[in-house]
Design a protein around this ligand. Structure first.
Ligand code: GTP
Ligand code: MG
Ligand code: ZN
Length: 347
């Protein structure tokens, strides 16, 4: 990539972003302030690489529709457009717990056995995510706070290498986790420009709403506004499925573990859960993503393993169940994980 031909679009405001190695920024995890990063001209390649894992680029923010914002250097320094993932679901459906438990489980287990190697796009932001969400949930059994209304940054950025493709440069993947409240009105959703750039969705189903015959407004608001859905991928996530651990067919899938990248098993789980959701759904729109998005699959997960004790704590140690499965399936459906054997994933 050259400085004159920026290839990457900012997912927050959709401006093209050029890379100027002379103008980089940094924000240490304990700080709120951005400051200039100067890389000494005599730095070794290794030193340079280490610094660039913490560096940020100020977005030109062409239309001035959004407050000033920064992107990780490694997001901008890509030869292919990064992949953008959005979590969609009602307030309190469990989006943030899902993302935090996914990252915690990734840190613990990795995905090397499935041919994926995952690293932070931006070390400082990743540490911030770990300190504020992953550790409190998984190490201290804390209930995470509900997501703030106005976020102008993605929650998490990862660099994902397909180890079966050693020549491949890896893909940058950005995960947006906005508050469910912000997904209930068309005005608020259209204010979030990243929805015009999304490649993959997690549509998180809340069992409480499903059982109470409550229509999911967030699914329909997003699906009504997003264009080109046939080109996109979505995993419907039956969240909080610890609630259904004795109920067929969810019990079986919780007991037997996860299908990994086996297309036949993913299809079997998807079929089972489609029938399960359809039984409760009674036309409330929970299956709309299935009909409208190009490639879809359905998985049951539990981000916590059990219900919370009170407003702040979980009764038992937090043990996520199957949270890496939606991640893996979405990486296969968005092409981050390539290869003939995963072509059949997504229905
Ligand atoms: N039983 C159970 N409860 C869960 C699980 N995941 C989340 N919860 C509960 O659901 C509530 C909301 O979780 P959040 O992750 O904050 O939900 P959210 O969708 O991010 O909510 P907003 O940010 O307001 O849109 C919390 O009280 C959690 O305790 C789970 O896997 N099982
Ligand atoms: Mg949230
Ligand atoms: Zn921007």
């Amino acid at each position: 990539m050259t400085d004159t031909e920026p290839t990457v679009r900012c997912p927050i405001c959709l401006s093209r972003v050029a890379l100027d190695p002379e103008l980089l920024w940094i924000r240490p995890p304990e700080s709120l302030e951005y400051r200039r990063l100067t890389i000494p001209p005599d730095a070794t390649d290794d030193q340079r690489r280490r610094l660039l894992r913490r560096a940020k680029v100020l977005c030109p923010n062409r239309i001035d529709e959004y407050p000033e914002h920064y992107l990780p250097y490694r997001y901008v320094d890509q030869s292919r457009e990064p992949v953008v993932v959005a979590l969609v679901g009602a307030p309190a459906s469990g989006k943030t717990h899902l993302l935090a438990s996914m990252v915690g489980t990734l840190q613990e287990q990795g995905l090397e056995r499935f041919g994926l190697s995952v690293s932070p796009l931006d070390v400082d932001e990743y540490e911030r995510f770990t300190n504020t969400l992953v550790q409190p949930l998984l190490s201290r059994g804390r209930v995470l706070p509900r997501t703030n209304q106005n976020v102008w940054e993605f929650a998490l950025g990862l660099l994902i290498d397909d180890t079966a493709d050693p020549e491949g440069p890896g893909r940058a993947v950005a995960f947006f986790d906005v508050s469910g409240e912000n997904l209930t009105s068309s005005g608020d959703v259209s204010d979030q420009a990243f929805f015009d750039r999304v490649d993959g969705f997690f549509f998180v189903i809340s069992p409480d709403d499903l059982e109470n015959d409550q229509t999911d407004i967030t699914f329909s608001t997003v699906l009504d506004l997003v264009e080109g859905k046939h080109e996109k991928a979505a995993v419907l996530v039956l969240g909080k499925s610890d609630r259904y651990r004795f109920e067929p067919p969810v019990d079986r899938w919780l007991r037997e573990g996860a299908p990994g990248l086996d297309p036949a098993l993913i299809l079997e789980e998807t079929r089972d859960l489609y029938a399960f959701i359809d039984r409760y759904d009674k036309g409330s729109g929970y299956l709309r993503p299935w009909f409208e998005v190009g490639r879809t699959a359905i998985h049951a997960v539990s981000a916590t393993g059990s219900v919370r004790l009170d407003d702040t704590r979980y009764a038992r140690p937090v043990r996520p169940r199957r949270v890496l499965q939606p991640f893996l399936t979405l990486m296969a459906m968005t092409g981050v994980k390539g290869g003939d054997d995963v072509q059949g994933i997504g229905f």
